[in-house]
Design a protein. Sequence first.
Lengths: 1474, 377
Amino acid sequence: MSRKIVPGCVSTMIWKKRFFKETCCQCGASDTEIQNEELENRGKVRKKKKKNENKRVIISNLPFGSKKWKENPNRYYDSNEIKTTKYTILTFLPKNICEQFHRFANIYFVFIAMLNFVPVVNAFQPEVSVIPICVIMAITAIKDAWEDFRRYKLDKEINHMGCYIYSREEHAYVEKCWKDVRVGDFVQLRCNEIIPADMLLLYSSDQNGICHLETANLDGETNLKQRQVVMGFSSQDTMYEPEFFQNTIICEMPNNDLNKFKGYMEQPNHEQVGFNIENLLLRGCTIRNTEAAVGIVIYAGHETKAMLNNSGPRYKRSRIEQRMNMDIFICVGLLFVMCLVGAVGHGIWTGNFWQHPPYDVPDRNGNFVSPVLAGFYMFLTMIILLQILIPISLYVSIELVKLGQVFLIHNDIDLYDEEADLSIQCRALTITEDLGQIQYIFSDKTGTLTENKMVFRRCTVDGIEFSHQENERRLKTQKELDLDNEDFAKLQHFTLPPTNLERSATYKHSTMRPLRRCQSDRVHFQGHKRNRSVGRRDSNQSQVAFSSPIEKDVSPDSRLLRRVQEAALQTESFSPLIHTKTSTSFTDFFLALAICNTVLVSTATEPRQRVTIPPPIKPSGITLERINQIFQRLKLASLSQSFSSSQSSSHLGASYSAKNTEEPLAVLESCDNETNCSASSRGQELQDKGSTDIGTASLDEVFRSATNSSLPTDFCYEAESPDEAALVYAARAYGFILVSRTPEQVTVQLPQGTLLTFDILYTLGFDSVRKRMSVVVRHPLTKEIVVYTKGADSVIMDLLDNSAEGNISIEKRLKRIKERTQKHLDYYARDGLRTLCIAKKVLNEDDFQKWANFRREAEAAIDNREELLIETAQHLETKFTLLGATGIEDRLQDGVRDTIVSLREAGIKIWVLTGDKQETAVNIAYSCKLLNQRDTVFTINTENKETCESLLNLTLEEVKKNYEYNKPQRKFFGIIPTSFSVSEAPSPEFGLVIDGQTLNIIFQGGLEEKFLELTQHCRSVLCCRSTPLQKSMVVKLIRRQLKVMTLSIGDGANDVSMIQAADVGIGISGQEGMQAVMASDFAITRFKHLKKLLLVHGHWCYARLAKMVIYFFYKNVCYVSLLFWYQFFCGFSGSTMVDYWQMIFFNLFFTSVPPLLFGVLDQDVSAETLLRLPELYKNGQNSEIYNLSAFIITMLDAFYQSLVCFFVPYFMYKDSDIDVSSFGNPINTISLLTILLHLALDMKTWTVLQLLTMICSVALYVIFSVIYSAVCLVCNPPTNPYWIMERQLKDPVFYLLCLITPVIALLPRFFIFSLRGTIGASLILKAQQVDKLPKGQQDLEIQKLRSRKEATSGAPVASPASNYDLDQSINHLCVSPFLYPATALSHGDTENQGVSASDPLGRKTHEEGYYFFNKWAEEESAATDSSAGPFFGHHPLVPSRETAPGQDGGKLTKDYRKNFNYGSHRRSLSSVTL
Amino acid sequence: MENKKASFLPREGEAQPSRCPDNSAFKQQRLPAWKPQLTIASVLSSFFLTGAFCLTVGVCLVLSANSVREIQIDYSDKCSDCSKLRENTSNWNKECHCSVNFTLKEDILGDVFMYYGLQNFYQNHRRYVISRSDAQLLGRNVNIQRSSCAPFSTYRNGTPMAPCGAIANSVFNDTIDLFYNRNSSMIQVPLLKTGNSWWTDKNVKFRNPESYNLSSAFAGTARPPYWQKPVYLLDEENERNNGFVNDDFIIWMRVSAFATFRNLYRRVQRVRHFAEGLPAGNYTFQISYSILSDSLGLLERCREMERNLNTLLSDFPVTRFKGRKHVILSTVVWSGGSNPFLGIAYLASGTAATLTGFVITGIHLKLRKKKTYFQKQ
């Protein structure tokens, strides 16, 4: 496998070698001296480094063979072997014990155990007391060891992954393990290989010295990143020869900043070449699109940026645990009090004797201690006696229970995503129950709520809207298709690399290399239909950028397709009669879609192999002249509709269109009339050209060549942003297929099958200032220089060329097109689509040359180059001709709506924190029911603190007013039946939209409290344009100030900080790599899984654990107080009536398993009911099960029960000849029964397991006691239980006692339980009752419960019927009128300012919106398509809505009147999401 | 737990094709389960059934407890003369008797048990409870110095005490005899010395060291300082009741749970007049304190210790710790002694349960009415 030098390069290599030898010879002896000097210097540097730590010096390893290794300065650096284990076999014990002592409780227990060995406390069996803590620590240690072993195995796997390192001996790259990679080594990487260490890129097979990198494993970004070969090395176009590397690399010390790196390279001639992060290949990334790359290792192993970033899972403490720790302190207090009582009591008791009675035994030396001292000693004795008041087993039990809970969550089939073959991953094992207490959810938008799959939905060309209903239908059926395919997917058990929980993603490709070949075959075989899932399954590398069929297969709109075909024909025929402007703009539109992007093309058969040259068939026959011939030929055959086999779908489309007779004829006519279009001249020109050169090729020939050229059909498009790809796919659907792209050329296949290769003159990339991108190309046929631009509508619309050189009709037409397009855009925006405008501009040669010079200057400029570049871009991007606009759907994930509605009903506030634009975010919020159309939405965008403050104040006032206004209404609602309240207009709720800048001001200006107050009144909050830092700041603010439980969910690297800031972080694994997953506590695959995770598992986990914790406290207090009560009867001497072993086993074995099982398995309400009644979640939110009052009540109950358990036997055996152990035995038995029965009362679900453990616990106790008291003659000296159990088992009194005591002890509890069921039935109880009902009745009952809830709370849940009509009631995205003056004050907020300045205009657009809307609805209804959209049939509601606010009072009417904001929410698309 | 952990492991290796969780009832938490519900029917039935059951049992218990005849005589003051006598150390070797008369108004039929009762004697004191060596009592030759017997383990000269420890040392040593005054003649009621302790104690837990005779078995040991005679002279008449296996000793060694307790002392042998139990009539308890024997010449050491420890040497002096001594004659039924508590507890809880049942019924009826009223609206 060693990679020898490619033969073709040999000659140059030899030449180079010679050259270098010469130079070396010239240097001669001095060279070695210098080297030595350098070495010394480096040694010093190394020493110095200890002090200042800011430099790292690296030289090539190659001069240092195995012998001279010691001289290598690189030897000090970490090797690439990684070791994430905490322990080794030797250090395990001490280290682990140390670690365990970090837990306070362990120290306490060890302290207690030590105390046992102090003689004065008269411990019975000091050795025995060590057992519990030993067991506990041993269990923990085993757990730790197991985890560490897993890490070890994983490390080993990673360390043994292979890579190619240059070897001096063999003069070639030889395969070695990752762990053998050293700093200073030369590593060669091939396409799709994972980078083993941080390396400086020295060579890339790319001519431009570019290496493409996929950093998904690192930062979650799926787009390809470019890395540049270090300057000076890029010129090499041959294989790089590491042996000549003489430079010294000086760079910064290892750090974890993924985006920063700098250093310089010192050449032997002391010339310095700088490099930065652009030249660094990071460990864990994957090489893409680059055949080979060579780099020198800079950082290895733990010093790599990837490893430094991988801080591993954090230890989080759940809220229950926090609460528990507090209660433990209460217990400590209780313990202290008990001990004090014992101590004082003993002191007094001892002091009462004037003579020492015979039972007061002196110490070993026959001396008596004074009462005070005796009291003190007794204090210590009592501590060890009552130590189990602090439940020693609690921590271990909780850990075990959580493990069990995690296991069950992990195995939930509902949370399994078949497509990704991924189940939920629980990365944090300690916070399962926090899932049941979430109050705030902070969600990312892209990829979390949405699929991050951009689907082309609609477009408008030339002012004509094409609704793409076929596409819509396809999207609907796609799901079913997917379902069908799943079975098939299940069958193909292709081996998978294990995805482990911790670092899976970074290295999971490793083991798969040998399989790659067959995998790619497989991909090919299956075609693109299942590409996505197959890719996931088989080769991870293909998962990222290949789009799913949903995105790829766009069904063309039949009308549009016909148009396009017509247009194509027309362009070919060039008949002046039917030649129209429309036709060219149709072609141009799709050309623009196909060209104006930065999409890279690769073929499906060779994933990630970039297609840079058009398929080989093309250049052979078809030249430009040839095409012209074909054009000419086609002209003759213009009546023929069929073009090529690939066009078969067009027939389908045509047949659809036959049905779809409705056409905006007016538009067509208008277009037909205006034949005098600007492009006509071009057409004329072409025609002339074509007519002069009539080819001789027959028509058949032409067709054959056309079909031939379209052979390599299955292209994969890799785009920086998914919407680019969506557009390219859309263009493809209409036959404009992007075939290849190089920096210089782009080739597009036209519907006719011809290939057009455009020369790319310039590409003006997207930036957030311009909000658009452009390509400047030279049309191959017309030789025109054309600028194609796509960008946000707000920007493009302003750049359009409105004047048509005096031609009024054209001007009018353009205006009309613009207006229509704008209307369509607005509609798209309301529909939640991302909109993009496509425009073009034809430059004449002179203008272009002028501009190009200008541009070149800008590029060469040193000072403010960026600004100049933008300026030049803006200079070019003017006076566009609008081609059309597209609507791309950022598809909501499945079930997002339902999930959000459910979570909202569960009382969770959902915030969306997104880096996206406000409009997009608002749209998504509406479409996923985060905002209701009825809601009043406040938008606060400002850059000024004062403005912000006044805005906040005003808004608050408004909100409060509304609340007061609504209050009496609510009460009213409480009484009247529900049916009545529905007819009444429900109180508007509030939404808040705020942008990142404003957030910054709020944080800086100390306006947090106001902001919080406002947000608390808001149903949902949207933070747009927020940076990752702001996201985390928001989360922290809420978490800290409101003391609420927060959950963050996100999928990308930008969500990491937010995920980490929240109490519970959830990562969505899938689209955007693993970064979010790495930082998260739970990783799910779809947003909808959140519903079950929270509502069911969260609820269960919380209920289970809370009950278990409470139970543990109860258990220990109950048991320990038994001993305490006895002190009153033994002179506070610290006697126990229970055998010590029995006592220990009581907690460790007899009563431990049932609560554990309870904690893992109990279900208070069934999953179905929990999902159907989200309100049940509030139980956990309000910490209803485990709070202070619950704790106190439980404590009191525990005291009561222990009193019963003690005093019933006490009175029973009082004044009898009972001995200590015989008294203790029934007490022990009774308390066991009581404690278990107590649990049984709490248990809501009895499966076989629970029943079995219950019975087993009792049986174990009895058996153990019988055996123990039969065997143990002298085992545990002071208390001797010999034969006691046997004797008592024969005694009817014992049974009677064991029967009555638990009854007395539990009677009050049972009474209260039954009263609760009768009187104040809580929702949980109701739900439990619902569970019992048969299916049909359940629905009815749930409906009843819900309606009751609605009636009482007055907060209406949007009923399904009313959901849709709200969708299109556009006027509800309203902002209170008071915002006008306020925004007028704000500086820099162009959007609102613009609106406030032109209020009448805003109103106008608003009204027009209505007009437009109704028009729209008519159009749609005319289409006689039932699936036309949710708004169909609802439009009559709209006007009525306008009148409706009148009832709400004057204030609201004002709102509506001045309602404006939607108009300003222009859509625009950003191809970069922050 | 084990298999849980095992299956929780992310499936490693390439043998696992799909990570799809098993669709098993356990893993999906769909095990068939019984979900108890506190419906009115179940609640009421449970309350009433419990009530009925408790009441029945309670009545039985109370009845049976009432059938127990018991007589308790405090003799701590009666024999104070002896104590006083003994307090003067010069009289240490004088024999002392005291007697207590009482009358049985009716016959005590059946097996009659004679207990001695002590009040305020904290046998359950922690240090007292510890102070014994079970191994020694098992007849094993153990180094009792390492046991928890100290300071009652060895004398200063190293002679180990047999038995060691404070419990053994403070053994109850009053001798109580019962006389039946019949026609002015005193008939000694025949009392059984043996068979009073637990069979297991007598035969398993307590064993004399193996030897050809007892005195040689205990050779090399000394009696506890408070004792008047060595352990092998506890019952010279009955070899099987001597040494460690002496019933009185065994019973004493079973430390009592409370400060007020009774220990079985003798059983009335049901022969002749007493075949049916104790007939009604006048009876006399005669309590005697035996003479200390100074066979080992350790008396001086004892004296010394006594001064230090305020020990008792002869009788069982309870006045020092404000205690009382009783003699108790009682019969026994299946439900224990005369203590009616259990019966009362059953009766009380039975009543409580029944009452609660009624209360709940009342509440339920009231609420249901209201509910229907509500629903009608």
